[in-house]
Each structure stands twice: as structure tokens, then as C-alpha cells.
Design a protein around this ligand. Structure first.
Ligand SMILES: [Zn+2]
Length: 156
């Protein structure tokens, strides 16, 4: 994901789905990421995935025991935050699971720092419309480890 960070003015948004072998685990570990795909519609400020390619990637991951748990994409900003469309799209993905997922993640890669800035949000199925920003706690590394999940912080 980091290699697609939009550090240069001509670099377009990129994204895809992220996968975990244990999607319901408390300490969620992301083990794979798909995308971008060649036929995605990518702009400086926007990204529309190729749905057929995303489906193929999801099935390929599932065959390896990995389940879709969220979306990732890049933003051309240092401290990324989700747009209204990002929130809506993530919520629509969650709804396609029809109750099989309690949450869906939205990972946004920014364009500053080393490692590059990253924001992680989660929308919950039980509390519709409530977004949580996942922040790092004791861990100094940008990863979705147990420490990151322990520091769930509700937003408005
Ligand atoms: Zn976005």
C-alpha cells in the first residue's frame, strides 16, 4: 500500500480491499491487500474500483483462507481523513455481508512521513453510523496489531 502513497503531484489515488485470516478476532491482523487493478478509475482526488477485478481478488483471497475486512486507498494529504463518499462506500461494503461482519475497516494512506502517515477507521454494524478512529497506543509501529485495536476511540 505504501508504494502507492501520493507523494508526487501527478500520482493518482490507488486502493483495494484488505484481508484477514481471522476476521472476527479481537486483535485483527491484516495479512493481505489487493489492488490497485488496471481498470480502476483513478484520479488525483478519487478512486472507483473495477468491481469485477475486485470480485476476482476477493475470491482468490478467500481460496487462501483470507476474508475481506476492509478497504484501503490513498489520499493526497498528509493527515488523511475519510470523505463522506469514503464513509458511504465503506458502509455499503459492510452491508453486503448481511450481518456476517461486525465492522469494516477503512485504511487511508497519506503522503507524508516515513513510514508514511496512515489513518484507520472502522464502521460498526451494531451501532449504525458510528465511526471509530483506530489510533496507536504503546506500539510505535503503524500496524493493526492488538495494541492498535485496544485504543479504539469513538468519534462523533
Ligand atoms: Zn478517500
Amino acid at each position: 500500500m505504501y508504494v502507492h502513497a501520493q507523494r508526487r503531484p501527478w500520482q493518482k489515488e490507488a486502493g483495494g480491499e484488505i484481508f484477514s485470516a481471522a476476521p472476527s478476532a479481537t486483535g485483527l491482523v491484516i495479512s493481505a491487500a489487493a489492488g490497485p487493478h488496471p481498470r480502476d478509475h483513478r484520479r488525483r482526488h478519487g478512486w472507483i474500483p473495477d468491481a469485477a477485478a475486485a470480485d476476482r481478488a476477493r475470491h482468490a483471497a478467500f481460496a487462501l483462507g483470507k476474508h475481506a475486512v476492509g478497504l484501503w486507498h490513498t489520499h493526497p494529504e498528509p493527515w488523511p481523513s475519510p470523505s463522506d463518499l469514503d464513509r458511504q462506500t465503506t458502509h455499503e461494503y459492510l452491508e453486503t455481508f448481511q450481518g456476517q461482519r461486525s465492522r469494516y475497516l477503512l485504511v487511508i494512506i497519506g503522503n507524508r512521513g516515513s513510514p508514511v502517515s496512515m489513518a484507520v477507521w472502522a464502521v460498526s454494524a451494531e451501532r449504525q453510523g458510528v465511526w471509530l478512529e483506530l489510533t496507536e497506543s504503546a506500539s510505535r509501529h503503524a500496524s493493526l496489531d492488538d495494541g492498535a485495536m485496544d485504543s479504539l476511540r469513538p468519534t462523533e
